[in-house]
Design a protein around this ligand. Structure first.
Ligand code: HEC
Length: 326
């Protein structure tokens, strides 16, 4: 099978190919963090010393076709550096070299197979043409998190959900600990809790609730919840297709290729409504996404905050779109 042949070719390639840029040792190309604290900084050669790379073929949701990558089985990296206990945590927070962040539930790594790609097997430039969002050619270095989705139908249906370009750090978190201000009350209904999960996945990289979350969008709950000043049907339209309401908005909206996106929007609105009666002053927030140091340090998360000082990025990532480099 092509798969086996690729993997043989790979062995040869690793030994000889001098032209493959991404195979050069990249210093500290991957940082592993646990709940705000640095666990390890790894060069590509550190990972290669412990995990055998293979050539994988996936259906790349951005290119809309099959693509081959040299990659490490991601769960092996997780177990090596975080121990078996990683499966009991909630989520993995990925940070890219351009400052973008993505949360992927630990559950997804247990049920499906993620691969941490670091090069293309034929030595081509490690990049792809993003036809999904029309952003053109995207660099992928140092790492690109991809998923086995040729045999795994559920994963195929998820589209680009959980695929992360330019990964430079992976943080394993317990959500309530890391972002206590955004969690709904424990007795909240299932739809509210589902909405919280969906909010983390689709919105939190840009938006804050009670001060916790990304910096690119606006605070959605404090001092007044968006559910208090926006009509629900417009809120729903906005979340599903912001471009239909506002010209040239920076907001992405729920991905068009997500199944049941209307239901996901309903869940998120239910979560935001529930949080309207859970307002907490953002000055007590962890601000974990931006790495900003909070004015007051809540006791439970103090060590993580200390660490956040080290990684604080002063500049906001540029929003300029990368145009094709060819
Ligand atoms: C890529 C970043 C990004 C993502 C992801 C994102 N938003 Fe936004 N959102 C923005 C920006 C930026 C604005 C400010 C308005 C604008 O630029 O058009 C905004 C505005 C809003 C507003 C209007 C707030 C107001 O007072 O006018 C709401 C509500 C909102 N977003 C909800 C959401 C929800 C819910 C999600 C998840 C489904 C989400 N956003 C995902 C960036 C984002």
């Amino acid at each position: 099978m092509g798969y086996v042949r690729l993997s043989l070719a790979l062995t040869a390639l690793l030994a000889i190919a001098p032209g493959v840029r991404a195979l050069d040792p990249i210093e500290d190309s991957l940082e592993l963090r646990r709940s705000g604290q640095s666990v390890a900084k790894l060069a590509l050669s550190d990972i290669r010393g412990k995990v055998e790379p293979t050539a994988v073929v996936v259906s790349d949701p951005f290119e809309g076709e099959e693509a081959a990558y040299l990659a490490f089985r991601f769960n092996i990296i997780l177990t090596l550096f975080f121990g078996n206990g990683w499966q009991q945590w909630d989520e993995l927070l990925f940070t890219s070299t351009d400052g973008a962040q993505a949360l992927v539930p630990v559950d997804q790594f247990i049920k499906h197979t993620a691969q941490l790609a670091f090069a293309e097997p034929d030595g081509k430039e490690f990049s792809l043409d993003d036809k999904l969002t029309g952003r053109g050619r995207q660099a992928l270095e140092p790492y690109y998190l991809v998923w086995d989705n040729l045999q795994d139908i559920e994963m195929a249906e998820k589209g680009a959900d959980g695929w992360v370009m330019r990964v430079k750090s992976v943080e394993i978190i317990r959500f309530d600990e890391r972002f206590p201000n955004t969690a709904p009350p424990k007795e909240a209904s299932k739809i509210v809790r589902d909405g919280f999960v969906a909010f983390r996945k689709h919105c939190m990289s840009c938006h804050r609730v009670n001060g916790e979350g990304g910096e690119d969008g606006v605070e959605l709950n404090y001092p007044m919840s968006v559910t208090e000043y926006l009509k629900e049907d417009y809120l729903s339209k906005w979340i599903l297709a912001p471009q239909d309401l506002r010209l040239e908005t920076k907001m992405a909206g729920i991905s068009k290729d997500l199944r049941d996106r209307d239901l996901v929007a309903d869940d998120i609105i239910a979560y935001l409504k529930a949080m309207a009666s859970e307002k907490r002053d953002p000055k007590d927030a962890a601000r974990g996404f931006s790495g900003l140091v909070p004015k007051t340090v809540p006791k439970r998360i103090a060590p993580q905050v200390t660490d956040a000082v080290k990684v604080s990025k002063k500049k906001k990532p540029s929003r300029k779109k990368k145009k094709g480099r060819r």
